[in-house]
Design a protein around this ligand. Structure first.
Ligand code: UGA
Length: 427
């Protein structure tokens, strides 16, 4: 079976490289020449620890990558094509489908030249609002004059992998969801992924799309929920992690995603919850829960600044250390990182910020530029600063490195009880 993948972003790369590693011949297409040349030399354009060894092993063998302009002429050689392009937020929170439709134009060109000679299954893996894959199908039909079902198949299979753990999540997912219009497409996809041992669910296109949004929105809700409980707990002298432990022992609740802190960031939760809220609005339905989830998440990082301010007074002219800038440990990704509003607040209060992150400094420079200083290790930050904010749970920040400095912990990286030199946000 020959597999094509459009988009060499997070989802596209992991899908391509992991399927190639399982013995499939995989061709990936992207429009970014820098990415193509990096990948062709075996280097990953993203920081994902276990990806590069698999990439090096498979590049030029089962896996290759080239410009998407070459795709239409080659489409006939492929059995399944995954669409893994980005679906960023527009200004109003709704999804920008420009990349989806640009991929659709390339697919349409290829399908048209095939003229229905071979049935290729197009599988949308990008996160798209319910109804999008069906619209895409109609768009392809209109552009090519072909009929879905007979001439080409369409499916929607959401991706649930986490950054930093993406390869592991690909091979050992909790479940796979295949939204299809025909039984044979479910059979094809479940046999393609037969090497993955997990429950596989067959459903329709728009339910598959909704499962992805509802899953991310639910996890984001758990986080904002425990943060809200933790904010009250902070006032009452109650540790949110003890509360979460007690709650999590109830198997109906479970212990995961109840880690209180400065909130959720990354390329997915904020974008997906906003997109879902925008869809509620478009359908004129109240999204009270999800709007609150976002509102809590917006305020949450600034509460840590308030905790510090209560104790330190004004930040003006003070050297303030920031350990951790990435949206979570194990990645260099700064997108929607909760460190961004914290650093901006400190700078606007007149603090001299000195920051360190083991991986995200290059990306941080693109956001903060010379507004802050960048150190090359944690000890340097601690020695130069009056007090320290810990914003990402990198394991090296757990070490006993703080001496007598005041520490404000947004990620429960230190097991310390609040009081003395140490303050947590929700404990
Ligand atoms: C998330 C989902 O976990 C994946 O299942 C999904 O596939 C992915 O989005 C996506 O849609 O592509 P990811 O963004 O990589 O994955 O990161 P998570 O590990 O879920 O963490 C998201 C944010 O929530 C981080 O800022 C993290 O620090 C925060 N978080 C997580 C908490 O504040 N508390 C928790 O208990 C868990």
């Amino acid at each position: 079976m020959k597999i094509g993948v459009i988009g060499a972003g997070y989802v596209g790369l992991i899908t391509s490289v992991c399927l190639a590693d399982r013995g499939y011949a995989v061709q990936c297409w992207d429009s970014d020449e820098r990415k193509i040349s990096l990948l062709s030399s075996g280097k990953s354009p993203i920081f994902e620890e276990s990806l590069e060894p698999l990439l090096k092993k498979n590049i030029g063998k089962n896996f290759s990558v080239e410009n998407v302009s070459k795709m239409p002429g080659k489409l006939k050689d492929f059995d399944v094509v995954f669409v893994c392009v980005g679906t960023p937020s527009r200004q109003d929170g709704s999804v920008d489908l420009t990349q989806i439709y640009s991929a659709a134009d390339s697919i349409a060109m290829g399908l048209k030249s095939l003229g229905g000679g071979k049935r290729i299954l197009i599988v949308v893996k990008s996160t798209v609002i319910p109804g999008t894959t069906e619209e895409l199908k109609r768009y392809l039909e209109k552009k090519t004059g072909l009929k879905s079902g007979g001439d080409f198949g369409i499916a929607m299979s959401p991706e649930f992998l986490r950054e930093g753990l993406a390869v592991k999540d690909f091979f050992y997912p909790d479940r796979m969801v295949f939204g299809v219009e025909e039984k044979k497409d479910y059979a094809l996809l479940s046999s393609l992924f037969a090497f993955v041992k997990c429950p596989m669910m067959e459903t329709d296109l728009k339910t598959a799309e909704m499962i992805k949004y509802a899953s991310n929105a639910f996890l984001a809700t758990k986080i904002s929920f425990i943060n809200e409980i933790g904010n009250l707990g902070k006032k009452l002298g109650i540790d949110a992690y003890e509360v979460a432990k007690g709650m999590g022992l109830d198997s109906r609740i479970g212990p995961k995603f109840l880690e209180a802190g400065i909130g959720f960031g990354g390329s997915c939760f904020p974008k997906d919850v906003k997109a879902l809220v925008a869809k509620f609005k478009q359908e004129k339905i109240s999204a009270a829960v999800l709007e609150s989830v976002m509102a809590i998440n917006e305020k949450q990082p600034l509460l840590l600044v308030e905790v510090a301010c209560r104790r330190e007074g004004s930040f003006k002219g003070k050297a303030v250390g920031v350990l951790g800038l990435a949206f979570k440990a194990g990645t260099d990704d700064m997108r929607e990182s909760r460190a961004i509003p914290i650093v901006n607040a400190l700078v606007s209060e007149g603090a001299k910020v000195i920051a360190f992150d083991p991986e995200a400094t290059d990306n941080a420079r693109k956001i903060f530029g010379s507004k802050i200083n960048y150190a090359s290790n944690a000890k340097d930050v601690i020695s130069k600063c009056d007090f320290i904010f810990v914003l990402t749970a990198w394991p090296e920040f757990k070490e006993d490195i703080y001496g007598s400095k005041h520490v404000y912990d947004g990620r429960r990286i230190l097991p310390g009880k609040s009081g003395g030199n140490y303050e947590g946000i929700c404990w």
